[in-house]
Design a protein around this ligand. Structure first.
Ligand SMILES: [Zn+2]
Ligand SMILES: [Zn+2]
Length: 72
């Protein structure tokens, strides 16, 4: 039996929205799943190369980032 079309239900850890359509996107920082409304690509500095890379970051983490950047 081939089950390639299985849909894995996921829950956004920010708003708790459940979905089984598509695949939830994982935050690059906390590795939790978030829905489209709560995850967005942000330019983050790569520790390896020191350049900016677009990474998917959830709103919970991006709020923390903005707070940190304000200190510098
Ligand atoms: Zn959400
Ligand atoms: Zn996150």
């Amino acid at each position: 039996m081939n089950e390639e079309n299985e849909s894995v239900p996921w829950i956004c850890h920010v708003c708790g929205k459940k979905s089984s359509t598509g695949v939830g996107k994982a935050c690059s920082l906390c590795f939790k799943i978030a829905c489209d409304a709560h995850i967005k690509p942000l330019p983050l500095k790569s520790e390896k190369f020191g350049n900016l890379e677009l990474k998917l970051v959830c709103t919970a983490c991006s709020e923390n980032l903005e707070g940190l950047e304000g200190e510098f």
